[in-house]
Design a protein around this ligand. Structure first.
Ligand code: PEP
Ligand code: MG
Length: 326
């Protein structure tokens, strides 16, 4: 088996009918960066930069952040790394930045904090750009979390341009990184074309998107049975989204837990998603699925799945398809 796994690690994530999908790792700590590099992941599709902030007792400064991001980029080079800007608040409060709210998931979180605290945000953007300059990495993307309205994306892009221009004045020259927008709020789905036109790629945060579409707290055991990314409404919305983003010509990635579930990943493959970013532990399972199920079969399974009325029936249908091809 281990020899089989080793072989699988070196093989491309390509369906039997020749369709290529990028398989990337989710990460946020140095420990998993090394593991990601050795795992057969094609890059890091989601670097959760807040992890670094949690390990401190104050906001890390520009030099400290530069060093961290440079280390991440250098470890993965030449493979691509997508650095997500600070995504705290909600279920991820920073110990040294207390936020008291009745509804943290509907409150001050992600890009909302960054835009309200432009000094903290700009420090992070400058550090990302300096790290890219230092390592000469051509493979850097910046990803903005929790975008709800178009104006937030415009403001974040403007701050990135300003950070870039300031650094150029200081003699630090670096290519502008690729920029992506996370789609995890239903309103962002509705505006997908306007958002996608402004960026190089979109990355679906299916953990939050599922929570907000179903109005189910992703961490509440009492309602956990309702929380399912295979819910037909969630799948229908995802398909709608992928189709529109691709019509604008912008690639779509999925970086929530859904991407690492072989059954869900089969349906995402059928939708035409370009890349999947997941916890390392799921990478080989998903690669095995992709190398076993033809794109045509994934599309047919998706079409059938979308006629079913609940997540349980959908999972059963996809499991049949997995068995038939495995
Ligand atoms: C998501 O919401 O799907 C996501 C990838 O972001 P996080 O899990 O860090 O909120
Ligand atoms: Mg999220």
């Amino acid at each position: 088996l281990s020899q089989g796994l080793q072989e699988l690690k070196d093989q491309p994530a390509m369906t039997p009918d020749g369709h290529r999908v990028s398989l990337l790792a989710n990460s946020g700590l140095f420990a998993d960066i090394n593991a990601a590099r050795d795992s057969g992941a094609e890059g890091v599709g989601l670097y959760r930069s807040e992890m670094h902030f949690f390990l401190r007792d104050r906001f890390p400064g520009e030099d400290e952040q530069t060093e961290t991001y440079a280390r991440v980029l250098a470890s993965m080079a030449p493979r691509p790394v997508t650095l997500r800007t600070l995504d705290v608040g909600g279920d991820k409060p920073l110990p040294y930045f207390p936020i008291e709210e009745q509804n943290p998931f509907l409150g001050w979180r992600g890009i909302r904090i960054s835009l309200d605290q432009p000094d903290i945000f700009k420090t992070q953007l400058r550090a990302i750009l300096r790290a890219a300059a230092q390592t000469g990495a051509e493979n850097v993307s910046v990803l903005f979390p929790m975008i709800t309205v178009v104006a937030e994306l415009d403001e974040a892009l403007e701050l990135l341009r300003r950070a870039h221009a300031e650094l150029a004045e200081d003699g630090v020259t670096v290519n502008m990184p690729r920029v992506g927008v996370m789609i995890e709020v239903p309103a962002a789905v509705c505006q997908i074309e306007l958002l996608a036109q402004r960026v190089d790629f979109v990355s679906v945060g299916s953990n939050d998107l599922t929570q907000y579409l179903l109005a189910v707290d992703r961490n509440n055991d009492r309602v956990a049975k309702l929380y399912d990314s295979l819910n037909p409404a969630v799948l229908g919305v995802m398909q709608w989204l992928v189709e529109r983003a691709r019509r604008v010509g912008v690639p779509v990635s999925v970086c929530g837990e859904m991407a690492g579930d072989p059954a869900a990943a089969l349906l995402l493959l059928g939708m035409g998603v370009d890349s999947l970013s997941m916890s390392l532990g799921n990478l080989m399972k998903v690669k095995w699925m992709i190398r076993s199920v033809p794109l045509s079969a994934a599309r047919d399974t998706l079409t059938e799945a979308l006629t079913l009325d609940c997540a349980q029936k959908i999972r059963a249908r996809v499991d049949e398809a997995l068995l038939a091809h495995g």
